[in-house]
Design a protein around this ligand. Structure first.
Ligand SMILES: [Zn+2]
Length: 417
């Protein structure tokens, strides 16, 4: 490892990084150590102002694009060379934790602060980005900011989306942008040399294997469906079973059949029915209608395509007396990250004596969209028992700092190419 890189890495400050996590966790704090910081909410605005204040103290240039992605730039020697980018998101699930997303933003800030303190010059600029609305908890879908920035989806797709209160995204966005007038306007799809995102693992593997750094090889693909079963409501006491069209009874049979799709699958296979809405949802009435969700995931492109294609025939095959309707709601193919970036992350971890392992990501991340426009990689750090999207989400200060050190070394290497 070069001396300048070593100097910068040595300036990563575990206590400062932890303290900033706790300051951010206070914005939208909920009981049980959790965080509720919805996209474009007053809490989101407060977090943006906090981040901008830290960035300005470091002399970083602040800009924001039309969907509210916030960029903080440390200039390089070649101003025209595309920057190396790092970051993650600051919004949370309604009952989220203190580390999901915000770690990647604060680790990036810590890296920039360490590089700044060491006085290290880089050929390319390094930009820290806070992607807006990654979680999609208030305005669906998720990973909206990175989708718009990379051109995967046009901004117009999102402006009329409403939250549960009926507030359109365009209004909440306008308020959010107005709250930080110091941020200069910035275009979508500006060239990016490379993107590296740090994130808590949100699963138990690193902890189970006793490793500190996950070198993420890619993000598994997923297919989502809504399945509706149409029956007929009837009196539970008087209607013979032989003449019923019981939507809930058939939904259970269908779900059992869907579970069979996983027979013989490897350990990467994921299948979840996590939501069910029963009508009329009364103990002494036969159900007339059931809606349930299906979430299938796998990292192999051919496998996820086969599994996604099998859902509709399986549902139809298992339905007996009820009509069914299958609506696909999301189809993301697996994303394979750049081998070169993975190698850089691995080499940085090795040089720093930090134990790492390669692994796919089970969750979706903004990096998925960045991978479409530039070489991309991710750095995972462990979180306690793999718990995430939960108030109890926890991580150790030393692991967060280790992630920030590996990120610092990786960014410096990429920024000098
Ligand atoms: Zn996240």
């Amino acid at each position: 490892m070069r001396e300048a890189t070593q100097d910068a890495v040595s300036r990563v400050d575990e206590a400062r990084l932890w303290q900033r996590h706790m300051e951010m966790a206070a914005i939208g704090a909920i009981p049980g150590n959790g965080v509720n910081r919805a996209a474009f909410s007053k809490e989101d605005i407060a977090a943006r102002k906090r981040l901008i204040a830290w960035a300005r103290a470091l002399g970083l240039a602040v800009s924001v694009d039309a969907i509210g992605n916030l960029f903080l730039r440390r200039e390089g020697l070649e101003r025209d060379a595309p920057p190396v980018m790092t970051g993650s998101h600051m919004d949370s699930q309604p009952r989220g934790g203190r580390f999901d997303g915000i770690f990647g933003v604060l680790a990036g800030l810590e890296a920039l602060e360490a590089i700044q303190a060491a006085g290290t010059k880089t050929r390319r600029a390094i930009e820290l980005v806070a992607w807006c609305n990654e979680e999609g908890g208030r305005f669906a879908p998720c990973t909206m900011g990175s989708a718009a920035f990379t051109g995967a989806r046009p901004l117009a797709d999102f402006l009329d989306v409403k939250d549960n209160e009926g507030i359109p995204l365009r209004d909440a966005l306008r308020e959010t942008l107005a709250a930080t007038p110091e941020a200069a306007p910035r275009a979508f799809a500006t060239p990016v040399a490379a993107y590296v995102e740090a994130h808590i693992e949100q699963g138990p593997r690193l902890e189970m294997e006793g490793k500190t750094i996950g070198v993420v090889t890619g993000i598994q693909g997923l297919r989502w469906f809504n399945v509706e079963v149409f029956g007929e409501t009837a009196h539970a006491g008087t209607t013979p079973l032989s003449v019923r069209r019981d939507a809930l009874g058939e939904a259970v049979a269908i779900i059992r059949a869907l579970h069979e799709l996983g027979r013989g699958m490897d350990d990467s296979y994921r299948f979840t029915v996590g939501r069910m809405v029963v009508t009329p949802n009364s103990p002494n009435s036969v159900a007339s209608h059931v809606l349930f969700s299906v979430d299938v995931r796998h990292p192999d492109p051919a496998t996820i395509r086969r599994l996604g294609g099998a859902v509709e025939p399986t549902v139809r095959g298992a339905a007996a007396r009820c009509a069914v309707k299958i609506t696909p709601t999301l189809a993301d193919d697996p994303c394979v990250f750049d081998q070169g970036i993975a190698g850089e992350i691995e080499r940085a971890a090795n040089a720093l004596g930090i134990a790492s392992m390669r692994m796919p990501s089970g969750a979706s991340h903004d990096a998925m969209y960045l991978a479409r426009i530039c070489p991309t990689g991710m750095i995972f750090v462990p979180c306690e028992r793999g718990i995430s999207h939960n108030e109890a989400e926890n991580a150790r200060p030393e692991d967060l700092a280790a992630g920030a050190r590996v990120l610092t070394a990786t960014l410096l290497d990429l920024a000098n190419r």
